[in-house]
Design a protein around this ligand. Sequence first.
Ligand SMILES: CC(C)(COP(=O)(O)OP(=O)(O)OC[C@H]1O[C@@H](n2cnc3c(N)ncnc32)[C@H](O)[C@@H]1OP(=O)(O)O)[C@@H](O)C(=O)NCCC(=O)NCCS
Length: 170
Amino acid sequence: MTMAKNLRTGCSNKGKRTRLMGTGRGRTRVESSLSATLVKRKDLPFWMDMYKDAEMQHQLYAVPMDSAQALSDYLHREKKAFTVWHQDRRIGGFFLSAVAPFIATFGIAVHRDFRGRGYGRSLMALVESTALQEGFRTLRGDVYSDNAASIALLEKCGFRHFIWMEKNIM
Ligand SMILES: CC(C)(COP(=O)(O)OP(=O)(O)OC[C@H]1O[C@@H](n2cnc3c(N)ncnc32)[C@H](O)[C@@H]1OP(=O)(O)O)[C@@H](O)C(=O)NCCC(=O)NCCS
């Protein structure tokens, strides 16, 4: 499934160029054009490798990594998880999970080998267009306050900070 960028959000690399590593002739500069497919069994080695990273372990909720099956079960439980591709190369992933009518929480990841090249912005555009197609109207990111990369990315994509207010009523 290939999805268009949601230009309305401002969260795209329109006007920018994204670098793609490794053609054997050094870095090749190409326009970023990402697509997403629902996570399948053959994607699991990539997801396992992506999660085996200190930044991922630090910034994401604890994910069962005992086996590919355990990870697969997690990625398919109460959420839709997508592998993200640049052309024929997997570069990251995301998931959407309904938390209330029309509201989805999401998680995103760019594989460590591809960070800092603009993929995150393009990936967020893909998250937004996918969420719209799924019928959601609001996106909520759970982000730790020390996740500078994610906070900067989401702010540039138009997200506002949000706090919980609680009261004990008994
Ligand atoms: C957060 C993450 C997805 C960003 O992906 P990325 O491809 O590196 O991001 P981009 O290259 O598109 O950068 C987008 C913006 O984020 C900011 N940014 C990226 N890395 C940053 C860093 N280490 N520190 C501060 N800001 C950073 C930049 O300001 C950049 O804006 P610009 O395009 O105007 O320069 C990636 O770091 C990641 O996968 N982290 C681990 C998983 C995670 O934390 N997920 C989020 C929690 S759900």
